[in-house]
Design a protein around this ligand. Structure first.
Ligand SMILES: Cc1cc2nc3c(=O)[nH]c(=O)nc-3n(C[C@H](O)[C@H](O)[C@H](O)COP(=O)(O)OP(=O)(O)OC[C@H]3O[C@@H](n4cnc5c(N)ncnc54)[C@H](O)[C@@H]3O)c2cc1C
Length: 388
């Protein structure tokens, strides 16, 4: 390998770190991904392995978040080409479930709320189609007879997030990317550059460093001395309990979403008969132990939508830690005060969706290339106090 080839070290091998690794390798960099969970994501509480896998800008859109929606829509549009590309590099197919998403109302008040949300969605040019009770039961016959009305959002899709992680890893391996299954413990800094990333067992020189450590990103940032006049927003872990159930028959085609007993619940079907039921949302530091209450609420609410849930095999109850920024939008930007560090985190509830565009954005930052117009939505400039 030529000595002109730049070395990029990426801390974190979730979907954001892996997609950044692939894009950087494609730009000609020599890439190392360091993550203690890289050989066994199932043992970590990283968000990428735990997620529901919804590619759902419309049903995640909420009043007041119209600006961010542009980014989410761009990510959804990029998904088919992204899936084709990583599948080709990996030599295995990553399949997108294109059946769409149904939002469901279980009583008249819910139906009124759903209509309000549908008007909001349609006012932004997003397509949400009203469904009667009969139409709902026609397209998903195992739904509860208690359902009152619904909306079909045919553009909100899903992907098996675990298959995504595996495909990205395989694509990385085929692209010559090195994996180091260790925890990053320290950084060596010379003037305004991080020159070496240290683990318990090794030292990894770098020309560029990408911090893509999800909910742990602020812990990694603390290892670097940035100019004290720049305060970088803190990334906090937001826990989400999530269940995996399985049945012999294909219980569902569409993703189902509803508001039950005051909580949001979703059921995301997989091609192999699995159904992912998610997810609770609250903050309790890095504690990743599922609670009986969380599991109970998810099962109770899922059963209201799909009574067949009680017949299904219970596979798993886990907690994933979503990386949340102060405004819950991603941060993909250069770290002020250091010349060669990029922060790529804060993807919160939409990191699987945003994987399709995050890697290219990170590679463009590494190479000092021009960024697309909507990149300002993920820049640090939006936070007051961060100056350059
Ligand atoms: C319950 C739940 C449901 C979700 N559902 C969806 C969904 O349906 N659709 C969607 O788009 N998004 C969803 N998300 C959000 C999405 O999963 C995340 O935004 C995304 O996975 C974040 O990816 P990441 O690579 O930044 O972080 P992670 O996947 O958390 O990866 C961070 C990695 O950093 C590593 N790390 C930590 N410390 C160190 C260290 N010191 N040294 C080296 N490595 C380190 C960790 O081991 C981990 O593997 C969901 C999240 C949760 C928790």
């Amino acid at each position: 390998m030529s000595s002109n080839v730049k070395r990029t070290v990426i801390v974190g091998g979730g979907v954001i770190g892996l997609s950044a690794a692939l894009a950087a390798a494609e730009s000609g960099h020599r890439v190392t991904v360091i993550d203690p969970a890289i050989d066994n994501h199932a043992e970590s509480s990283g968000a990428s392995w735990m997620a529901g896998g919804m590619l759902a800008p419309v049903t995640e859109a909420w009043f007041g978040e119209e600006a961010r929606l542009a980014l989410d829509i761009a990510a959804l549009k990029a998904w088919p080409a992204f899936a084709t590309k990583i599948s080709r590099t990996a030599g295995q197919d990553l399949v997108i479930n294109t059946a769409g998403t149904i939002q469901i109302a279980l009583d008249i008040d819910d139906a009124r709320d759903l209509e309000r949300v549908r008007n909001f969605q349609n006012s932004m040019g997003l397509k949400a189609e009203a469904l009667s009770r009969d139409q709902l039961l026609d397209i998903e016959p195992l739904l509860s007879p208690q359902v009152v009305a619904g909306s079909l959002i045919s553009t909100d899709l899903s992907v098996d997030n675990r298959a995504l992680v595996d495909t990205l890893k395989l694509a990385c391996a085929h692209s010559g990317i090195e994996f180091i299954p260790q925890q990053v413990r320290r950084m060596t800094q010379v003037a305004d550059r991080v020159t070496v990333v240290g683990t318990a067992d090794g030292e990894f020189p770098c020309d560029d460093l990408v911090i893509a450590a999800g909910a742990w990103s602020s812990e990694i940032l603390k290892m670097i001395s940035t100019d004290s006049e720049h305060s970088i927003p803190v990334i906090r872990p937001i826990r989400g309990e999530i269940l995996r159930l399985k049945s012999e028959i294909t219980a569902l085609r569409h993703t189902l979403r509803a508001h039950v007993h005051g909580f949001h619940v979703y059921l995301v079907p997989r091609a192999n008969g699995e159904v992912v039921v998610g997810a609770t949302q609250f903050e309790r530091g890095f504690d990743a132990r599922p609670t009986a209450g969380g599991v109970y609420e998810l099962l109770r609410d899922a059963r209201e939508l799909l009574p067949y849930v009680k017949e299904m095999e219970f596979l798993e109850a886990r907690v994933g830690l979503r990386p949340g920024s102060p405004d819950n939008a991603p941060i993909i930007d250069r770290v002020p005060g250091v010349a060669n560090v990029i922060l790529a985190t804060g993807h919160y509830r939409n990191g699987i969706l945003l994987t399709s565009i995050a890697g290219d954005l990170i590679a463009a930052l590494i190479d000092h290339r021009d960024l697309p117009a909507d990149a300002y939505l993920v820049s640090l400039d939006r936070f007051s106090g961060v100056t350059r």
